[in-house]
Design a protein around this ligand. Sequence first.
Ligand code: SAH
Ligand code: SF4
Ligand code: F3S
Length: 476
Amino acid sequence: MEHLEKQIDETRQGEALVLEQTSGTKKMYLESYGCQMNFSDSEIVASILKDQGFSTTKDFHEADVIFVNTCAIRDNAEQRVRNRLNEFKIAKRKNPDLVVGVLGCMAERLKEKFLDEEKIVDIVVGPDAYRDLPNLISKVEGGQKAINVILSKEETYADITPVRLDNTGVTAFISIMRGCDNMCAFCVVPFTRGRERSRDPQSIVAEARDVFEKGYREVTLLGQNVDSYLWAGGGLKKEILTDEQRAAATSFAQLLEMVALVSPELRVRFSTSHPKDMNDDVLHVMAKYENICKYIHLPVQSGSSRMLELMNRGYTREWYMERIEAIRRILPDAGISADIITGFCTETEEDHQETMSLMKWVGYDFSYMFAYSERPKTLAERKYEDDVPEETKKRRLAEVIELQHDLSEIKVKAAVGKVHRVLIEHESKKSDAMWMGRNTQNMVLVFPKGDLKPGQYVNVFAKECTKTTLIGEVVN
Ligand code: SAH
Ligand code: SF4
Ligand code: F3S
């Protein structure tokens, strides 16, 4: 269940994550939907507004400003935001001075249309324009609507220290790059987050060191395609590098090593790897440092090479299988997870079976699975017909979900009877007498609290399990 709850947090389609309360004069309420990048962005927004004297509230009824950081990845992610805006209407009726702002990917996708379609909205801000928020707020206070959806080729917010919204103080997200240059046929992200750009590695390492000194014990490095990370110096664009500059630039493998060296007591995770770019250098660095967690999220999307070609993913089924073999060779114990889409344009029953057979072949520990949802402006929307009937997409989705449940259960059962090194994160959601933590493979364990505290490492013997969670006891 713990694992499931985490799964919901990370469905990338929007469980609300609400800011903790702090003191100040004007009150803001901030809610985030979508992926970890969006959550990490909310921490930047909170930092910018805190500097403007805003305090935060967990109750939107008492807010002066409500911000919703939105996701556009699938239609249902957008519907969820619209439903939420409807709920805020009541608060606005009671307090006509209430300011409602939409941030993030759906704001970027809809731009000024958002102001027309949702009368309640006063501010629309895209992911690269958060520095402009104070200015936009004062514009609204002057009686106007305000919008800034300019995308940037440089912005990485490298100099802004995020206000950590995770209230456990153990795990932190660090964005290492922004945007995406990949243009997968189904995906709206390149349109909502703009061109790929990497962040200065020194600022990343400094941020990791800072959170470690504040007591955090795990960082997750975030990017849409972390394997594509490359830093050649401020202002130097990846596309125009000479061979010499490229050789001297910091790669993701090198960055990973730099962060791992902050402290052996700081666990390092990262997301998302891209099968076309994930190279053995990264795997060797992972093998070299115990504190880099042995877990790789490697989205496959489909097991059919024909589908992968249509999706413009840049690899085949065979290429993907070779990458999995490299992981098994270099990191024999690694946990592996994926993202899977069912019912993409022209997908046949045969294609679907290829996805199922690949899932079995890999034996994923875990997957995020979605029915294809057509997104405006994408290659698929412009060039292909969304021709798989909704009920077929849903039926295939149900089949991959059922298969994944079986595969996950096999993995969890195999971990029973073993001792796992666990970082304690927080109280178990099911029992206030138990702690919850993860092993290096990202598997969830719960065990009696004793006199232990979050942020400590413990060895836990897994005695038994549910379908998704190991139940154990601390051993020496
Ligand atoms: N950059 C990451 C994915 C980011 S989006 C990567 O390349 O793996 C997260 C996941 O949402 C994707 O991996 C994909 O499985 C899913 N997704 C993206 N667009 C979608 C769409 N139009 N319909 C259904 N699922 C989609
Ligand atoms: Fe979207 Fe593909 Fe970029 Fe991932 S790599 S964000 S799926 S375009
Ligand atoms: Fe959603 Fe944007 Fe993330 S579309 S999944 S919030 S990058």
